[in-house]
Design a protein around this ligand. Structure first.
Ligand SMILES: NC(=O)c1ccc[n+]([C@@H]2O[C@H](COP(=O)([O-])OP(=O)(O)OC[C@H]3O[C@@H](n4cnc5c(N)ncnc54)[C@H](OP(=O)(O)O)[C@@H]3O)[C@@H](O)[C@H]2O)c1
Length: 311
């Protein structure tokens, strides 16, 4: 669907605010601490345009709110029109500058529409956060091949395609790209083969792009998220591809979505290469590097004792 030829016209399935941001882009401010400022479209990120995939719900929605609070304009995305529109309306009602585009990020043409929405609504694109993802609750031996592909694609092509579509604009802005990964990708996790493989691939992608595109000034980073509170209606895929609730996680192990969003915001503003969330995540990182056999022993033991945690 071509959308770039008539700049102010809303794209089908994509909603833009009435007033495009006229402000010039301030320079990125690495080193600035996140603040709790809530002055609607004013703030340290005023004039910056942020695209967050999978932001109709969960961590993506809270991350959108965190960027909005500092004055950024945000393009929201998801696959479910009603849920996406509800999120857009909620943030717009809070006074924030938001647009939204229904797009499956594993479809390149849809990603072109998504990026066009940012340009149509706000005239530029500074930050891309690839957050959309499908997770799983299924052992590899039981998984339908198509289910593996779906989970893997949502994490890998769901990051590659939005980035391919956005890259020229991010280069023009000397912007920032953050791939959302998981601490389960740092060592691998039983019942998460396609998810962990997809999330792990993002680290190498970020590193390679950092080298290939070093001259462009674009920031490439990865955030490894640990256990986080989930929306009650969050679903993951079982071995047959059926949506099922996520496996049980003790609430005391979980961060709130707002806490995680604040960490993602800080990661982007500081243009960090890697942010590992939670003490458990940092422990996995160290044990995987220095004592990998011990790490595997802990996982295998916990798998026997805490089946509910994996299944
Ligand atoms: N929550 C945790 O404990 C945790 C832990 C580690 C890492 N993470 C990571 O954090 C990120 C956010 O997770 P979350 O807990 O907030 O999950 P979530 O609530 O399920 O959010 C994921 C979003 O991505 C969307 N999405 C999935 N596939 C898509 C596609 N092909 N195109 C467009 N949108 C798509 C989903 O919408 P649909 O309704 O269209 O599926 C949903 O809005 C994910 O990358 C996840 O892997 C989360």
């Amino acid at each position: 669907m071509a959308t770039t030829s008539r700049p102010k016209k809303p794209v089908t399935n994509c909603r833009s605010p009435k007033r495009p941001s006229p402000k010039p882009l301030p320079k990125p401010s690495p080193g600035l601490k996140p603040t709790t400022m809530s002055s609607k479209t004013a703030g340290p990120l005023a004039g910056q345009v942020v695209l967050i995939t999978g932001s109709e719900s969960g961590i993506g929605r809270e991350t959108a709110r965190a960027f909005c609070r500092l004055g950024a304009a945000v393009v929201l995305n998801g696959r479910q029109p009603a849920r996406l529109e509800a999120t857009r309306q909620a943030l717009a009602a809070e006074g924030y500058l938001v647009a939204a585009c229904v797009a499956d990020v594993t479809d390149y043409a849809a990603c072109e529409r998504l990026v066009a929405t940012a340009l149509t609504a706000f005239g530029r694109l500074d930050v891309l956060i690839t957050n959309a993802s499908i997770s799983q609750r299924a052992y590899f031996a039981d998984m339908q091949p198509e289910v593996f592909r779906q989970v893997f694609d949502s994490n890998v092509y769901g990051s590659v395609y939005p980035l391919k579509a956005a890259l020229p604009h991010l280069i023009a802005a000397r912007g920032s790209v953050t791939f959302i990964s998981s601490i389960s990708a740092l060592n691998g996790m039983p019942s998460g083969s396609a998810y962990c493989a997809g999330k792990a691939a993002l680290a190498n992608l970020a590193h390679t792009l950092r080298l290939e595109l070093a001259d462009t000034g674009v920031h490439f980073g990865v955030v490894y998220i640990g256990f986080t509170q989930n929306d009650p209606d969050k679903r993951v895929l079982d071995a047959a591809g059926q949506p099922v609730p996520i496996a049980h996680r003790p609430p005391r192990w979980q961060k709130s979505q707002a806490q995680v969003a604040a960490i993602i915001l800080s990661h982007v503003r500081r243009r960090r290469r890697r942010t590992v969330i939670s003490a458990l995540g940092r422990l996995i990182l160290v044990v995987h590097a220095l004592l990998p056999r011990l790490g595997d022993w802990v996982v295998l033991t916990s798998q026997r004792r805490l089946r509910k945690f994996y299944e």
